[in-house]
Design a protein around this ligand. Sequence first.
Ligand code: G6P
Length: 472
Amino acid sequence: MPQTIIVSNRLPTKVQRTDDSLSFQPSEGGLATGLGSIYRQEGNMWVGWPGLFVQDEAEEQYVTEQLSADSMAPVFLTEAEIRDFYEGFSNSTLWPTFHYFTQFATYEQTHWDAYVAVNEKFCAAVLAHAGPEDTIWVHDYQLLLLPEMLRRARPEATIGFFLHIPFPSYELIRVLPWRSELLRGMLGADLIGFHTFGYMRHFLSAVSQVLGLPAQNGQIEVEQRAVRVDAFPMGIDYDRYAAAADSDAARQHEAAYREVLRDTRVILSIDRLDYTKGIAQRLRAFELLLARYPEWREQVSLIMLVVPSRDQVAQYASLKEEIDELVGRINAQFRTITWTPIHYFYRSLPLEELASLYRLAEVALVTPMRDGMNLVAKEFIASKADQRGVLILSERAGAARELSDALIINPTDTNQLTEAMHDALVMPEEEQRQRMTAMQALVRRYNVFSWTRLFLNQLTYTKMKQQTLATE
Ligand code: G6P
C-alpha cells in the first residue's frame, strides 16, 4: 500500500543540547499538530532537520534511533550548511524577497550552491524511504527545488507542495538570479498550494512570464504533465486552543497576572522575532496612543511577547536591538510607580501561559508588514470563549482574506493603527460579540484538520485525473 511522507525543513520534534545531554521537545507548531495523525500512521513518516548540529557519528546514530521510534527520519546539516543554506539562501535571500524586503536580500553564489546541495540531501533522505508510488508532501520555501528532484527520481510518485509564506508579485521574483530554477523546482509537484488566491495568482503570473508556461483553469502543463495550483488557507487546532484557554492552569496564570495588573486593560502582541511582523511600527503606534489619548495612560498596558528566532542573521539581531531601545524609551517616558506601559518578554512560553495571555487580552495586535497567513490571529479567536475581545489585523496577513470581521488596518499607517487601538478599547460589547462570533464560526470550521484533508484529497484527485487522461 502506498505511504505518505511529509517533508519540511524542521521536524515536528526539536532536539536541543542542554549541558552534555540531548532533549527531545515536540513542536507546538500548527503543522506538527495538523499532520501528527498522518505521519505516525503505519509506514508513513516525516523527513526533516532536527534543528541542531550533531558532534559525531555516535550522536547522529542516537538521534536517528530516537526519532525513528516516532516515525521521523532526520536530515543532518553541517555547520557550513546551516550558515549557507539555512541562514543564507533560505533566510537571507528567499525570506526577505518573498516578504517584499528586497533591501535585506543577498544574492550569494555559495548560498545558492548550498541550497541546491541541501535540497539534494533531502531528496536522498526521502528516496531512502519512498516507494515508486508513494505520496510525498513537501513544505515551504527552504525546499523549493525538492519537488522536481523527486519527480526525476520517482516519475510516478504523487507529489504535493505547500508554500507557508507569501508568494510575491512577479516584480520581486524576477529580481532573483535563480528564478527559473526555483519555479521549475516547484513545478515538479502535482499540486501546489498557497494560503490565498492572491499568492496563487502571483505564482501563475511568474510561471507565465519567467518560463513562458501559460495556465488554464488553475492548471499548468509541464512536460506533458498537468500541475494543479490552488489556494488552501491553513487553520489551527481550534479545540486545542479553546481547551487550553479554558484549563485550570490558564485560569490560575491569569488570576496571578491580574493581581499584579489590577484593572489595567491589556493589549496583546505575540510574534516570532522578525522584521516582517511590524513589531517596531506597532510600538510606535502604541506610543502615539499614549501621547494622543492621555486618558489611556495608567489604564492600558501592552503585553508584548517576542519569541527568539534566527538570531544569527544580521537583520534579526539589529531588530532585537531596535525593539529593546523602543520599549526602553516608551516605558521611561510614560511609566509611573504603579503602571508599566509595555510588559516585554523575549522568550517562548508554554501553551498554558500563552492561553492565559489570550484570556487576559481585550485587544490583539496582529499587524505584520507581510505574513503568509498568521496563526496567532486565529489562536486569539479560538481562546475567547466569552466572545469578548477585538482583533486588529493587518491587511497584508493572509488571515485578513478570511477574517473580515477584524479591524483591518494598513500596518505602515501609524495613525490608522493608533486609531484602531482606540476604537477597539471603546468598542461596545455587543459589537465585539458579533464580530467574534462570526470569526469563531469560520476558524472552528476551517481548522488545521480540514486543511490537511482538503489538500491531500485534492492531491489524490489531481493524480487520478492525470492518470485517466494518460490512458485515454
Ligand atoms: C515560518 C516558516 C516556517 C519556519 C518557521 C520558524 O513559519 O514558514 O517554515 O519553520 O517560520 O522559523 P525557523 O527558521 O525557526 O524554522
